[in-house]
Every structure is written in C-alpha cells, then in structure tokens.
Design a protein around this ligand. Structure first.
Ligand SMILES: Nc1ncnc2c1ncn2[C@@H]1O[C@H](COP(=O)(O)OP(=O)(O)O)[C@@H](O)[C@H]1O
Ligand SMILES: [Mg+2]
Ligand SMILES: [Zn+2]
Length: 667
C-alpha cells in the first residue's frame, strides 16, 4: 500500500484502468467500501490528491453511518456542504398539497374515465404489481396521451417522449437497468448535479429517494408512460446485453462470497507473465471475474464464454441451452480477465498459443461448484469457456424430468429388467446423462453392482463404481467394458456407443445377464436401430438384446414468474403433427418477460421424450431388416408418440410454447 514515487507509463495506464473500473463499481453502488478502498490505494499510488480526498470523504461518510448527502457531489473532503433543499425532497413536499386524492378518483373526478371503468381496472389490478394508469391504457379506457397530459397537469411536471430519445451511456449507467426496471424510471440527462429522471408515476417518492441516494444527484422528475419507459429500457439498456455497471450493482457484495478452493498460482517465472499475473490479481479484475461467475451461477447458466473479437470482447452465458450476450467489458481488460481465469484453473498463463484444460472449484454460499475450464487460441486472442458443474442442481428424480405417464411407465419397467440393452439417444446437451444418472439412482441398491465407463465422469454417484475413459492411455469404452465383465457387474453404463467394438461387447453383455445402458447420437428411436446395424452389429443381436430405446430433447419452459394464458385452438397444433383430443378452445401460455427470466419469457427446461419399447413385433421387423419408416409406424401403433407430438402436448399443458417446440424438434 506504500505510495510509489515514480511509475512507469505502463503502470500508470494500468492503474488508471483499474481506477476507471472501480469508479464504475462505486457509481453503481456508492457504499461499496471494497471498491472505495481499492480506489484509495490506486489514487495514493497515482498521487492524485484531489480524487484521493474525495474517496476518503466517501469512506468517512459510510463509516459514520450518515447516509450520503443527497445532492452533494461525492463530497466530504474539500467541496462545500450539500445544498439543503435537494430537488427530490422539494418536489416531494410540493406534491403533498394537491395530491390527496388517489389517481383513480381524480381521473373520475376529471371525467376522463367512468367510476365503472375505474372499478373494473382496479379489480384487474388486484394481485398484480401493475400500475393503475397502464391498466387503464391497456383496457382502452384512457388514451396514453390523455393520461400523460393529466399527470403533467396534476403534478406540474413536464412530460417527455422517450420513443426517439438517445441517451448518453454515461447517464444510463447512473441507474442500472435492474433498478430502472424495478422502479419504472429512466435517467434521461444529467446537468451538473441534476439528473432528469423519466417516471411513470412522479408521486413515487420512494423511487425518487432511491435514485437520489444511489446517484448522489438531485432528481428532476419528468413524466412518461409506463409502456414507453419499459420500451426505452429495453431499447437502451438491451443493446449490448447489460451495462457492466449494472451487473456490478446487482451483484454487490455477492462476489465477496466467492472463494477459490483449488488452483493456486505457482507460475510467474518470466517477467511478462509476472506482469500479466499482477494485472490479473488487481482487485477490480478479480472482482469483475467473480461477479461474472456469481452472475452465471445465479442465472443458472451452464457455460460462460469469454470471447475476443478484433475490436471487442464479449461475455456470453448459455442459459437453458441458449447463448445470451451478457456484457462487453472493455477490450483492454481481455488479457487480464483471461489470465485471471487461467490462474484460477491452474493453467499456464504464459502459454497463449495452445489449447488448455483445467478445473476450478469454487465455494459460493456453502455450495461447492466445479467449473471445467477450456482455453483455445483464436485469431483475435484466447477464447475461454467455463462449463459449470453444479452438483446440487443435478436432478436425479426420474419423475421430475418431464416424462409423460406412459413413457415413464415403459422406461421404469425397462430399467428394472435383469438384463438387456437400453439405448438413449439425442444430441449433446439433450439431457441423456441426466436421464441415465436418474435411472441408475432409481435402481441403485446395496445388493446390485453398478459399474460405469464415462467420458468424462461428470458427477460421483454414491455406491457406483465409475471409471473415466481415457483414449490416450488405451482405456477406451470397449476395453473398459471388457474389464468390467470380469468384475461381476449387474448393471453397466457405457457413456457412449460410438464404434462396432463397443457395440458388440455391450450387446454381448446385455445378452449374458447384464443390464446395459448406453447412448448413441441419432435423431429418434426408430433410426437408432438402423444406426446399430450400420455399425455392423448383426440384426439378430440387435433384435434380441434391445429392451427399449429412448430419444430426448430439452425444451425451455415458460417462465413461471411471468407466465400468462392466451386463448388458442387445439386444432392450431394439427399442422405440426398433433393428433387432436377434441379439446377445442384451449389456453396456451407465454411469458411476458420479467427479471427472473431476463426478459426472455422462458426459464428452466423440461425433457421431451420419445420412448420405444421393443415388442415382439418390432423384434421381428429388426430381424427382417425392415425400413426405419415401417419400424416407426408399428411403434406408433403400439403407443409411442414422437418427440414432436410429446412436445406439443407440453404446449397444451402450458409448460412450453409452440415456437420452442419447433425449435427443438423436427417435424
Ligand atoms: N430433464 C431435464 N430438465 C431440465 N434440465 C435438464 C434435464 N436434463 C438435463 N438437464 C440439464 O441440461 C444440461 C445437459 O444435460 P446432460 O444430461 O449433460 O445432457 P447430455 O448428456 O445429453 O449432453 C445439464 O445442465 C442438465 O442439468
Ligand atoms: Mg452426456
Ligand atoms: Zn419471466
């Protein structure tokens, strides 16, 4: 912490960079002492007395427990006392007088709506957090212009049209989008100490106070309709994911709970490495990386992508199978952030030209979370992907995965078989491993010996002998299977059947008293048979060993927090392959978009299954080498419903949407 007398230009630049980042953190959360402490250190090093004074002042303010003086310019040291009557307070007082009546009553009194309309709007409002004004507009009782001009007159606050307005990003950053969203406000412009804030309800003193407190500015409210504010928030904040400052404030404090459990750094041999390490250890970089991790965990992401492009740097999360752009940190932070991840994962930070793999174990709120880290040099720099392996998120209850009753019954019956082969098929990330683990969890008991060969072993299952396949040392699925057979197993899980050798041993095991579970990559159940035959397995072996084939996909669920019904016809699903049950008019559901689902309307996933039990008739077809289409037809006549059909039923159940079904299943 000692002040340095001379700094190299490089050191100075890096300190300035850190300072900027910290200032952003403080901007988003004025009471962030961690960031303020970092700033203190940085300004001390830089010898910037003036800024140091300001920081000390802010720290003193927080230490004395006195709320930051509203309207004061981050003062304390140096600048004068806060002007007494800040605008926010003044306008709040000014409103007391004429505003005794409630909005609805005043609208009725003015003859803008009828008492009956008010009543209907109020009953519509019950149980929601919607504003009366916007409900009236939505119900067509009142035009938006009339409402606005009414608000303007009543509160003597000017109105603003947000639809074309371009707002400076520095101004936007003053109010993080999450806060703007929650309070239904939008920062419009800043002049000196005064922030003009568009509000749907200028009487919302709490919102005024909240923004005044956070920004440390005087607030000048202006009126805009709730709808236009919401649209402006989406348009302005939405453009590059979320502003960096935004997520920082959202995550304030949380990153402090992150603890790296493994992967301490022991490099730092070359000088440039040392510098890189130093900058990666700089508090702001560590904080930003931790925030990214925490944010990813909270949003339930499965992967984090840190991607360098020619002029930009991008952070994306995969959530429920879909990539979302989260933020674009400054390009200059790229090296430091990437190095930070590599340090955490115990990788060689000096090596930037070869791909590397590693693991990080983090503790977050008493949860231990594993990350699999992989780096890959691309033309514009190293791309890093972190796969999140959250043991606690692992769902092992077969009944909760998404099975319809018929498929569940078929599948549970099959896994209780003493021997035979069960094949699970679907693309990567379709939930196959989860289904397999759940199956094993269901049949696991002390009196049976379960052995698995996996690539990689993703989770440790209690009481199960798991083996990691490693092609490099010749421990392939095939060779693992062979050694298993000498270990007296009852149930064998073969992670993937990708070659004839594995398929043959697996099938032989299935025919000699073992239950064998495995996966293949095919489109659906019927084509799995052709796949096995194509590999070279003789038809009589396939026909006698197979017990059941299961195909699956994962579809995103409609967000439970913002789900709303709308009227539809069951028949509208017919063109997609649905066979109507004569339900006629039905309700489908969609997500309006809310905080929980990051305004996508979808949150969480559900498995879609196609289950094909191998009946005697199907066995005969396999033996005869019947075409896939014929196998499919017979299977359907015996109760199998296609992936698409089962998925469409989930639309009728209100679980997912038609678009989502079309996205994840083929017709
Ligand atoms: N039935 C399910 N419902 C919701 N999420 C699931 C379900 N099955 C799997 N997932 C999630 O989807 C991701 C991929 O699942 P995984 O079983 O690893 O797929 P695969 O083995 O086909 O690649 C995991 O994050 C997992 O938690
Ligand atoms: Mg898998
Ligand atoms: Zn939602």
């Amino acid at each position: 912490m000692s002040a340095r007398v001379t700094l190299s230009e490089e050191e100075r630049q890096s300190l300035l960079e850190s300072a900027r980042l910290c200032e952003m953190i403080v901007e988003a959360n004025p009471s962030d002492t961690g960031a303020l402490e970092s700033l203190k250190e940085i300004y001390t090093k830089l010898g910037d007395r003036e800024r140091l004074g300001q920081v000390m002042g802010r720290l003193a303010t927080i230490a004395t427990g006195r709320p930051l003086a509203r309207g004061a310019s981050a003062s304390g040291a140096g600048s004068g006392a806060a002007p007494e009557a800040a605008t926010a307070t003044a306008s709040a007082e000014r409103r007391q007088g004429p505003l005794v009546g409630r909005l609805g009553d005043r609208l009725v009194a003015e003859g803008l709506i009828t008492a009956e309309q008010l009543e209907r709007a109020l009953s519509e409002q019950k149980g929601t957090r919607d504003k009366l004004g916007s409900i009236l507009v939505r119900m067509n009782f009142l035009s938006e212009e009339k409402l606005l001009s009414f608000l303007t007159r009543q509160y003597s606050v000017p109105s603003v049209n947000l639809s074309q307005l371009e707002i400076d990003t520095d101004v936007l950053r003053l109010v993080p989008s999450a806060l703007a969203e929650r309070l239904q406000v939008l920062p419009v412009k800043r002049e000196g100490n005064v922030l003009t804030l568009a509000m749907a309800d200028p009487t919302n003193v709490l919102a005024l106070d909240d923004v005044a407190f956070r920004t440390n500015l005087q607030i000048q409210p202006v009126v805009a309709s709730e709808l236009s504010i919401r649209q402006a928030i989406e348009r302005l904040y939405g453009s590059n994911g979320e502003a960096v400052a935004d997520m920082m404030s959202e995550l304030e404090g949380a990153e402090a709970d992150v603890e790296v459990l493994e992967g301490q750094d022991e490099f730092a041999t070359k000088t440039d490495v040392f510098e890189l390490k130093e900058s990666a250890d700089e508090a702001p970089v560590v904080r930003l990386m931790n925030m990214i991790l925490v944010d990813a965990i909270r949003r339930g992401a499965s992967d984090i992508h840190l991607e360098p492009y020619e002029k930009t740097f991008r952070v994306r999360f995969r959530i429920d199978g879909v990539l979302h752009e989260i933020m674009g940190p400054p390009k200059r932070l790229e090296a430091a952030l990437t190095s930070r991840v590599k340090i955490m994962a115990n990788l060689d930070i000096a090596e930037r030209r070869l791909p590397q793999d590693g693991r990080v174990k983090l503790r977050y709120h008493h949860r231990e979370i594993d990350f699999r880290v992989s780096t890959l040099p691309t033309i514009f720099g190293e791309k890093t992907v972190m796969r999140i392996l959250d043991k606690e998120a692992l769902q092992l209850d077969l009944t909760k995965l998404g099975f319809d009753p018929w498929s569940l019954e078929q599948f549970t019956r099959a896994i209780r078989n003493p021997y035979g082969m069960i094949m699970i098929t679907g693309p990567t990330g379709s939930g196959k491993t989860t289904t397999l683990y759940s199956a094993i969890h269901t049949i696991n008991s002390p009196d049976i010996n379960i052995m698995t060969a996996e690539d990689p072993v993703e989770y440790n299952l209690k009481g199960v002998n798991q083996l990691q396949v490693n092609d490099e040392i010749g421990r392939t699925f095939g060779s693992a299977l062979r050694s298993f057979l000498r270990q007296d197993p009852d149930v064998i899980l073969v992670g993937e059947t990708r070659d004839l050798e594995t398929a043959q041993i697996a099938i032989r095991a299935a025919l000699t008293g073992h239950l064998v579970l495995s996966t293949v990559h095919t489109n659906d159940c019927p084509s799995t048979i052709a796949r096995l035959l194509d590999m070279g397995v003789p038809p009589f072996l396939v026909s006698s060993a197979l017990v059941l084939i299961l195909a699956q996909r994962l579809a995103r669920r409609v967000c439970a927090d913002c789900k709303e019904p709308y009227e539809a016809d069951e028949e509208s699903l017919e063109p997609y392959g649905h066979v109507p049950d004569g339900l006629g008019k039905v309700h489908f559901y969609r997500g309006k978009g809310c905080q929980t689902c990051s305004f996508t309307g979808m949150k969480g996933r559900v498995a879609i299954y196609e289950v094909m039990p191998i009946s005697q008739e199907l066995r005969d077809l396999v033996l005869r080498n019947a075409p896939t289409a014929e196998i499919r037809e017979v299977a359907q006549s015996q109760g199998m419903r296609s992936l698409r059909q089962n998925a469409l039923r989930k639309v009728l159940d209100g679980v997912t949407t038609v678009e989502e079904v079309l996205r994840v299943t083929l017709g």
